[in-house]
Ligand binder design. Structure first.
Ligand code: ADP
Ligand code: MG
Length: 108
């Protein structure tokens, strides 16, 4: 799960950008955040990023992109895993500014 969030962040952030992770306890939960200063996600795409097979912008599958990373399943799987553990996952993003995913899981 973290691997998917981190590799997405790295893929969508230019070389001079920043990807950061934070994990903090919140009562019974731990809240993990993966944020980047990359291209961001457009307001139209944002509500759809957790959908199975959704790939936005230039990530969209095109002829000749076989072998491109991912199949638009990573975030759908991440949400499935988090929700299976009674947690929550969400995203905030602004085009051209960056993206912040966070998820919360019970600590025990
Ligand atoms: N950190 C990010 N910055 C910009 N866009 C992102 C980021 N993470 C995910 N996305 C968008 O969400 C889509 C779905 O992500 P994901 O389910 O992991 O699929 P994949 O990585 O296979 O494209 C990506 O194709 C991309 O458009
Ligand atoms: Mg991915």
């Amino acid at each position: 799960m973290l691997h998917n969030l981190i590799s997405n962040a790295l893929r969508h952030t230019p070389a001079n950008g920043t990807v950061f992770l934070r994990a903090e306890p919140r009562g019974e939960m731990v809240r993990v955040e993966v944020a980047d200063t990359g291209e961001g996600i457009s307001p139209e795409d944002l509500p759809r990023v957790f959908e199975r097979s959704f790939r936005g912008g230039e990530s969209r599958a095109c002829p000749g992109t076989e072998g491109a990373p991912g199949a638009g399943l990573g975030l759908a799987i991440a949400r499935g895993l988090v929700e299976a553990h009674c947690g929550t996952i969400s995203v905030e993003s602004e085009s051209g500014v960056g993206t912040r995913f966070h998820f919360s899981l019970r600590r025990t």
